[in-house]
Design a protein around this ligand. Structure first.
Ligand code: LP5
Ligand code: MN
Length: 248
């Protein structure tokens, strides 16, 4: 069994979501062989050196919980999102999680999937794509990571605020995948079933590409009342709701 989750946006401001995720890792996820996290695990990741900051309890808690589930025999892999593209080898080494490129083709004996965060397909949002192209450059990341951690955290917060303001002025279609780009992507990836997050618009879309029906599954984001995982049982994909359990 393989599980997929996305867009948890873990933050010190939302401890209930962190609890839900930690419970998921200690419970439901243990029944899986593999778990894929398709980006935006964190609300904002300023760089792996936050793991050296004894006061960053969120990072330490999440890394510890991931390490335990990996130790129990579950292979955990992660794609970057637009909030945590700075997750690096330090995080991977400490958590035991494998970092994957976006897109990642997951070839199973019975089915072919292609996994992505999904933001790269939102090409109508040209302001975002300009921003994305800048921050994904190695040289930009090197220069940014050379700044003090406190400064990076402040910049991340400021850019988050700018992003929320910018989104208020954007038409809905700008914040969704572009149909032509998606069809090109599906063609380039052998008409594999696409699973992605980012848009927070959970649905299953069917695209007809070159006469072939291709499924696109969009994962839900998590909140303090509900999380979601998608489960591949070897034959089909099923959405599962994850709800907080009352403390016993
Ligand atoms: O994230 P969300 O859902 O709000 O919106 C996204 C797009 N926004 C982003 C920005 C992230 O939220 C910020 C993440 C910060 C954490 C990273 C750590 C440190 C990096 C610091 C970077 C300088 O991804 C949003 C999309 C939306 O998805 C839907 O697809 O619309 O895009 C934007 O809002 C982008 C704006 O349109 C342009 C923002 C320009 C900001 C430029 C600041 C540059 C400062 C450089 C300082 C060194
Ligand atoms: Mn995202």
């Amino acid at each position: 069994m393989i599980l997929f989750v996305s867009d948890l946006h873990l933050s010190p401001a939302t401890p209930a979501v962190t609890h839900l995720f930690v419970d998921f890792l200690a419970g439901r996820a243990r029944a899986a062989e593999r778990l894929f996290i398709l980006g935006d695990l964190f609300e904002a990741w300023p760089g792996d050196d936050c793991l050296e900051d004894g006061e960053d309890l969120l990072a330490a808690t999440v890394v510890g919980a991931l390490r335990e589930v990996v130790g129990s025999g579950v292979e955990v892999s992660l794609l970057h999102g637009n909030r945590d593209f700075l997750l690096g080898e330090g995080f991977a080494a400490r958590s035991g999680v494998r970092l994957l490129p976006d897109p990642f083709v997951l070839s199973l004996p019975t089915w072919q999937f292609v996994l992505s965060h999904g933001d790269a397909l939102c090409i109508d949002d040209t302001d975002y794509q300009t921003f994305r192209a800048m921050v994904r450059q190695e040289a930009w990341q090197k220069a940014f990571l050379a700044r003090p951690l406190a400064e990076r955290r402040a910049i991340a917060m400021a850019v988050r605020e700018q992003s929320e303001v910018a989104k208020r002025g954007k038409a809905g279609y700008l914040m969704d995948v572009n149909l032509g780009a998606t069809e090109d992507f599906l063609r380039a990836n052998g008409y594999a079933t696409l699973i992605h997050g980012h848009t927070h618009r959970p649905a299953m879309h069917e695209h007809i590409v070159d006469g072939i029906a291709v499924e696109r599954w969009v994962l839900a984001d998590w909140s303090h009342t509900r999380g979601e995982c998608l489960c591949w049982d070897g034959e089909q994909l099923l959405r599962e709701s994850l709800v907080p359990q009352p403390a016993t």
